[in-house]
Structures are given as structure tokens and as C-alpha cells.
Design a protein. Sequence first.
Length: 163
Amino acid sequence: LYLLEVILEESGRNLSSFPNMPCPVRNWAGIGENRFIAEQLNYDRDMERVWAEERVAQMNEEQRTAFDAIMGCVLDENANLNNRVFFLDGPGGTGKTFVYNTLCHAVRGYGWIVICVASTGIAALILPGGRTGHSMFKIPVEGLTAQSTCAIPKGSDRANLIR
């Protein structure tokens, strides 16, 4: 029941919103691990490396150039943070998603967390563990004002994942 309550709270609801539904009788929050981090690390590192290697071998020259540049920055701890932003652009069918997925598998192969985010649900579906931006970062979608901010509480499991 506690886990259902946690999931519902992400949407601004709780079990008491549903008549006749029992509520958790104790707070289990301090007992478990950060479920967001656990979810992002729930993969086989060896398989992630294999998938990345297979995909890198299939890349064309432009895809490989982009992949190598991005991975170079990911692996370089001394890289300037201003040089760690990339924009991958190209017409439909040129393999942008293929590069994104390969990057995800390669980075996860090191045992690191990768949060795959897209602006639409359809786009998120084709990324490993993909989520929409408004879902992952709690970006409001209604009633936006100049003062609107993401609704991620400080110190929450979600905030700790992003941090």
C-alpha cells in the first residue's frame, strides 16, 4: 500500500482519494532505498556494454563522430562543463535515436545513471527507460505563469536522483 501511495503522490493524489481503499498504517519511507535511483541502476552492465559495442559497429561515419565527441566529454572528468552540451540534429531517418540509444547503453555500461527524457510520450517510448520531461522533472503543463517552477521537493528521492 505504501508503494501505491508513493506513486499516486507523484500525481498529486493519494489512496484516501479513493473511497473504500485502505491506507498504509505506517510510514515506510525510511526503510527502503531511493526507488528512482534503484530503477535507473536496474540493468545488466555487461549487457549494456555489449549492446553499445554492437551498435557502435553499425554506425556510419557521422554517427560515429557524434558518438565519439559526446562520449569523450562524458569520460573526461576535467572537461569544461560549458563544452558538455550537444545538439544532435538531422532529418528524419538519419539515426539520431540510434545514437541516443547507443549513448545510453554505453554510459550505463560504466554503471552510471542515464535519465532518458523526451518532450513527448511517443518520443520517450523509443528511448531506454524514457520519460517525458514534464513527468521526470515535474514540469507543470497547465496554468503556467512566469513564476512557474518544477514541483520537485528538495531532498526528495527524485531530487536526489537528478542531483
